[in-house]
Design a protein around this ligand. Structure first.
Ligand SMILES: *Cc1c(COP(=O)(O)O)cnc(C)c1O
Length: 400
């Protein structure tokens, strides 16, 4: 690279990544092939529109790439093209969610989503996000005692509030989600059911987490978390879901979502990114990836079990995914999430501070830290390594 300043910084970041233990639950380490696709000449191409329906010339190659990405997305999650549509153009998870609401939720309609402090994402209707400015959030949370979702309470709330859409799938919820119960709740109030599987999509692909597709109308996901692809997102929607517009014209959810992505919210898709998505989706369908997903879960469990054994409060008393949420404040007996994350960073362990259910501190200085096993499992770490990491964390956090 001729630009020595940037070249130096890229090298420094590469070295930083190699040096640390990365426990950020939303990060991973992509393959060389994914990097190659991202760094390819595809970045030069404008391709506004969809395959066969572009607004620019010269799209014969990128059309093939986008179609391949769509086919691989459906194949990975065992979906038939007759039943499900997929949009591979969203630039990332947040714009993907915004596109779904733009397509399917009327102005000032209601989004029922988990509140931020209980593990929901900003784009599930939180008021600092556009999704909470254009629509009203009906927040729900976990049960204070069990720290897992109480589906009966949820159903009562849904029947009372009658949201337009219910969002399940979270950003800091270590347990599996009961999609069948969510379907029942959505049906009880006539809501659309959307799953945002951003965090656990890789585990669904590796068959280590229940698949949301049987029960939901729309599924969104980022590609860069457990799915181990480039920063990007996908939107799946059921083809048999039809909406009539003001003129009485029938459109599927997929038609409306495609229009919301482009021209509604975005311009030209990032075709280098779409190609990298296709590469990652192929990788995620291999037997090696399934082994990886199995190990991700085993490692998270080893980490959670050891931290609990050492006396830490792990939210919901364990994990059924790649994610472990630890209450390090423990009602004042411990340290704050910020201090924990700072201390760990000094020791080369990268985590993020996180609110915990029933948070008594603030979002900027919360009570917890969130840990994930996805990145270090890519590096080949096993249960014994994660037990070692738990002990290291314990020592660092307990030092006076
Ligand atoms: C990460 C995440 C997103 C947002 O993804 P970005 O790519 O950061 O915009 C949305 N929803 C959930 C549940 C997430 O975990």
């Amino acid at each position: 690279m001729k630009d020595t300043q940037i070249a130096k910084l890229i090298k420094a970041e590469k070295e930083r990544q190699k040096k640390v233990i990365n426990l950020i639950a939303s990060e991973n380490i992509v393959s060389k092939d994914v990097l190659e696709a991202l760094g390819s000449e595809l970045t030069n191409k404008y391709a506004e529109g969809y395959p066969g329906k572009r607004y620019y010339g010269g799209n014969e190659v990128v059309d093939k790439i986008e179609i391949l990405a769509q086919e691989r997305a459906l194949k990975l999650f065992e979906l038939s093209n007759n039943k499900w549509a997929v949009n591979v153009q969203p630039l990332s998870g947040s714009p993907a969610n915004l596109a779904v609401y733009t397509a399917l939720v009327p102005k000032e309609g209601k989004i029922m989503g988990m509140s931020l402090s209980h593990g929901g994402h900003l784009t599930h209707g939180h008021k600092v996000s556009a999704t909470g400015k254009f629509w009203e959030q009906i927040p729900y949370g976990v049960d204070e005692k069990t720290e897992v979702i109480n589906y009966d309470e949820l159903k009562k709330l849904a029947k009372k509030e009658k949201p337009n859409i219910i969002v399940c799938g979270f950003t800091a919820y270590p347990r599996v989600v009961d999609f069948k119960k969510f379907r029942d709740i959505a049906d009880s109030c006539g809501a659309i059911l959307m799953c945002d599987m951003s965090h656990f999509a890789g585990l669904v692909a590796g068959k280590q987490y229940p698949s949301p597709f049987e029960y939901t109308d729309v599924v969104t996901t980022t590609v860069h978390k457990t799915l181990r692809g480039p920063r990007s997102a996908l939107i799946f929607s059921r083809r048999d879901k039809i909406v009539k517009d003001k003129k009485g014209k029938e459109q599927t959810f997929g038609d409306l979502i495609d229009k919301a992505v482009f021209p509604g919210l975005q311009g030209g898709p990032h075709m280098n990114q779409v190609a990298a998505v296709a590469v990652a989706l192929k990788e995620a369908g291999t037997p090696e990836f399934k082994k990886y997903a199995i190990q991700v879960k085993k490692n998270a469990k080893a980490l959670a079990d050891e931290l609990m054994r050492l006396g830490w409060h792990v939210v919901s008393h364990g994990t059924e995914s790649h994610l472990v949420l630890v209450d390090v404040w423990m009602g004042g007996k411990g340290i704050s999430g910020t201090e924990a994350s700072d201390r760990l960073e000094k020791a080369g362990i990268i985590v993020n501070k996180n609110t915990i259910p029933g948070e008594t501190r603030s979002a900027f200085d919360p009570s917890g830290i969130r840990l994930g096993s996805a990145a270090e499992t890519t590096r080949g770490k096993k249960e014994k390594d994660f037990i070692g990491i738990a002990r290291k964390i314990d020592k660092i956090l307990k030092t006076k």
